[in-house]
Design a protein around this ligand. Structure first.
Ligand SMILES: [Zn+2]
Length: 394
């Protein structure tokens, strides 16, 4: 069925539903009087249907809003109609329906707050973030069935506006209502810490990071930011402590800690300690990034042969393209002539395979990318994106 036909059909069905609801409401109001006559279809019904069939939706809607009653039978249909218009991008029409509903004196308090929630959605769709936010703030203050929905919606707007201070406040209100928002809350503090670091306010940044870990002690991002901050400040010990914490928090993110681990251990003159720690990481969470880092370190401390040995032993158990690429490099460095040329051809192949592959994936919606986003750009979940595992990944 073509799209316009489908739209017309849905519009017509909604119209009929409204008229039936209206008639039901009417017959209910007349209940005490027993009558045998069937209520005839009103003049408005045929007029409205005719307008819809002629695709004069505006006029049909005007007629509907002017002539039909909003009662408990038609209220939901009006709501569905508003949602339908909004989904089709016709926000003017959905706003018109919702504002008209609000002006009706006979709707209940709950119905009124439901309509205001819908109106907030209309404003968001229309790009009127301020108006949407204002409405949601009012709804979030009112105790009632829609309060939590309003708070959750408000939180998504705080995130859209990058208003992390407001996001903290909203999330805390949701937490007080028993909602699980610890992961989000920690990220809002991290966002603020990141801002403080950009403007050089390290004291405030440290405080925000402490709050982040207080909200969610498994917040890897807070540990990574803390490590970044302490590296900048020249506190190797503190940086190393924060980075080592990631192994307990979520070992999937260990690859993210490697460059700063190396930098700080090197500065502290404790590369042997680093070797020990990387072996511990491998025992608990064998991934190729750690293997490559460890084999490079072993190569530095004990020579080429020892480095290549660490890598090849691991690859026997868990082959990956990145590991193979690195092994080829080791042999190229120690080979001359045609053998080196052939290894070069092989490496061109492995590097192309690595180049085209995404590195991170969202565990919730499957979004792929080469950058680590703390909030998935597609499904907006926090901490759902992780390094990809398997033969082409970690
Ligand atoms: Zn996602």
């Amino acid at each position: 069925m073509p799209l316009e036909m489908a739209d017309l059909l849905v519009g017509t069905l909604l119209f009929i539903a409204l008229v039936i609801g209206w008639m039901l409401g009417k017959s209910e109001r007349k209940k005490p009087v027993v009558t045998d006559t069937v209520t005839p279809l009103g003049k408005e019904y045929f007029q409205g249907l005719n307008l819809l069939l002629n695709e004069k939706q505006d006029e049909a809607m005007e007629l509907l809003l002017k002539t039909l009653d909003v009662n408990r039978d038609t209220f939901d249909t009006y709501l569905v109609m508003g949602t339908l218009y909004r989904r089709r991008g016709e926000v003017d029409r959905s706003i018109r329906i919702h504002q008209d509903l609000l002006a009706r004196p006979n709707i209940s308090k709950l119905q009124q707050s439901t309509v205001r929630l819908e109106l907030a959605r209309d404003y968001l769709k229309a790009g009127l973030l301020d108006r949407s936010e204002r409405l949601l703030k009012e709804l979030a203050e009112e105790a009632g069935a829609n309060q939590v929905v309003a708070l959750e919606f408000l939180l998504s707007i705080n995130e859209l506006e990058n208003d992390w201070k407001a996001a903290v406040q909203t999330a805390e209100k949701l937490a007080a209502k028993g909602k699980q928002v610890a992961v989000n809350l920690a990220h809002y503090h991290c966002e603020q810490a990141q801002h403080c670091m950009q403007v050089g306010d390290l004291v405030e940044a440290r405080r925000e990071l402490k709050d982040a870990l207080h909200a969610d002690r498994n917040c890897v991002r807070a540990s990574l930011l803390q490590a970044e901050l302490e590296t900048q400040a020249g506190n190797e010990k503190e940086a190393i402590k924060a980075l080592r914490r990631v192994l307990e928090q979520d070992p999937d993110y260990i690859p993210e800690t490697l460059p700063l681990l190396r930098q700080n251990y090197e500065k502290a003159g404790q590369l042997v300690e680093l070797r020990k720690f990387l072996f511990t990481c491998l025992e608990q969470h064998p991934v190729i990034s750690v293997v490559i880092e460890l084999s490079t370190l072993v190569q530095q401390l004990e020579g080429d042969k020892a480095g290549a040995y660490v890598l090849s032993e691991y690859l026997k158990k868990r082959p990956t393209v990145r590991g193979l690429d690195r092994l080829i490099q080791y042999h190229m460095d120690n080979t001359d002539g045609p053998a080196r040329e052939n290894l070069g051809l092989l490496q061109a192949f492995t590097q192309r395979l690595i180049q085209d592959k995404p590195v991170y994936r969202c565990g919730k919606c499957g979004f792929n990318g080469k950058t680590l986003h703390w909030q998935c750009p597609t499904c907006k979940t926090w901490s759902s994106i992780k390094p990809i595992h398997g033969i082409e990944g970690e």
